[in-house]
Design a protein around this ligand. Structure first.
Ligand code: 5GP
Ligand code: ZN
Length: 114
């Protein structure tokens, strides 16, 4: 359930400080330490999972909570448009290997991402 070496597990267990945005039974949302947009929030499961690659139908409640949190955060932050991103693997930009979704908004964004 927890990886003792994992940065985001340490955030879940309050061993590393973060700016909490909101929380549900299974998920936590906090501000990215190096924001890439005026709103940049990370939503993570409280239990350790490496990436979306591990998600199955067994994680249905967790997935629902994460997407509800994303919509609530976007609404609270006044975001009409926003981007919800999960990088899978280093080649796609993943640098922390605890599943997270980026909620990015507050500026215009281009496509495709770099
Ligand atoms: P990834 O590159 O894995 O998709 O995203 C990891 C994100 O975690 C990055 O945007 C990075 O700025 C953020 N991050 C890394 N270390 C910390 C930290 O200690 N606290 C917070 N709040 N965010 C972090
Ligand atoms: Zn972890």
């Amino acid at each position: 359930m927890r990886d003792p070496e994992c940065l985001f597990c340490k955030i879940v267990h309050k061993e590393i400080d973060s700016t909490l945005v909101s929380e549900s039974e299974r998920a936590l949302a906090f501000r990215d330490i190096n924001p890439a947009a005026p709103t940049h929030v990370l939503i993570i499961p409280k239990d350790h999972l490496v990436s979306v690659r591990e998600l199955t139908t067994a994680h249905g409640e967790l997935i629902g909570e994460i997407f509800e949190l994303a919509a609530q955060i976007a609404s609270d932050e006044g975001l009409e448009d926003y981007r919800l991103v999960s990088n899978v693997g280093p080649g796609a930009g993943q640098s922390v290997f605890h599943l997270h979704f980026h909620v990015l908004g507050g500026r215009s964004m281009s496509w495709p991402p770099g």
